[in-house]
Design a protein around this ligand. Structure first.
Ligand code: SF4
Length: 219
């Protein structure tokens, strides 16, 4: 779906979180990733299939729904595979409010500059303040910082005032669990063990709900 024109193929959004970057941010996770890192925390978002296709202006408005939000975080999935539509989303959002932009990518920055996977990569890089690059390597997960594993690098491309003090590389991890109806979303780079515990809790709740439904149906 990286060729979905000017639409963003959205896996999930979260408006107003402190779990993934400096200050209060809104996050968009895109659907589709060309990588298959072992231990990826969002394997459901790897397949390149249509999820929720949203126009950039509409997505920008959704992410700005909380007036206190001062930053956007782009994650996934692979944001650089949808760079043109995301760059347009950022432009629309910044037309309304001054925002910092943090972006996670499985590509190395050098590769993005040398051989961009989408025609919009240069435009998106030009609006990113902080880029966390590289694929996730489970053996190098040291449980620290706002990056999944030690090989991933933090590039301060155009850091905004106040973000210089934020310790992307080494800060203690934190995560939020956002509940929306029957679905649960883990926001942030989780401390070791939390992802397994989260998955087990979600499975337990799903099992209980389906058992209740079956009992309610008299089956
Ligand atoms: S690059 Fe990120 S989203 Fe893609 S497979 Fe690796 S960890 Fe998962």
């Amino acid at each position: 779906m990286s060729g979905a024109g000017s639409l963003v193929n959205v896996a999930a959004t979260r408006v107003g979180t402190r779990a993934i970057g400096p200050g209060l941010r809104s996050v968009v996770w895109v659907q589709g990733c060309p990588f298959t890192c072992r231990g990826c925390m969002s394997p459901d978002w790897i397949p390149d299939r249509p999820a929720r296709l949203v126009a950039p202006g509409e997505l920008a408005a959704e992410l700005l729904a909380d007036a206190r939000v001062t930053g956007l975080t782009l994650s996934g999935g692979e944001p650089m595979a949808q760079a043109a539509a995301l760059a347009e989303t950022v432009a629309r959002a910044r037309a309304e409010r001054d925002l910092s932009v943090l972006c996670f990518t499985g590509y190395r920055l050098e590769r993005l500059r040398r051989d961009p996977p989408d025609p919009g990569v240069a435009r998106l890089l030009a609006c990113v303040d902080v880029l966390v690059d590289g694929q996730y390597i489970a053996e190098l997960n040291d449980g620290r910082g706002l990056r999944g594993s030690r090989n991933q690098r933090v590039h301060r491309l155009d850091s905004r005032a106040g973000e210089e003090e934020y310790d992307f590389e080494d800060r203690p991890r934190s995560a939020e669990i956002a509940l929306e109806g029957p679905s649960a979303l883990l926001v942030g780079v989780p401390p070791p063990g939390l992802l397994d515990a989260f998955d087990a809790a979600v499975d337990a709740v799903r099992t209980r709900l389906s058992r209740n439904a079956m009992e309610g149906n008299g089956t």
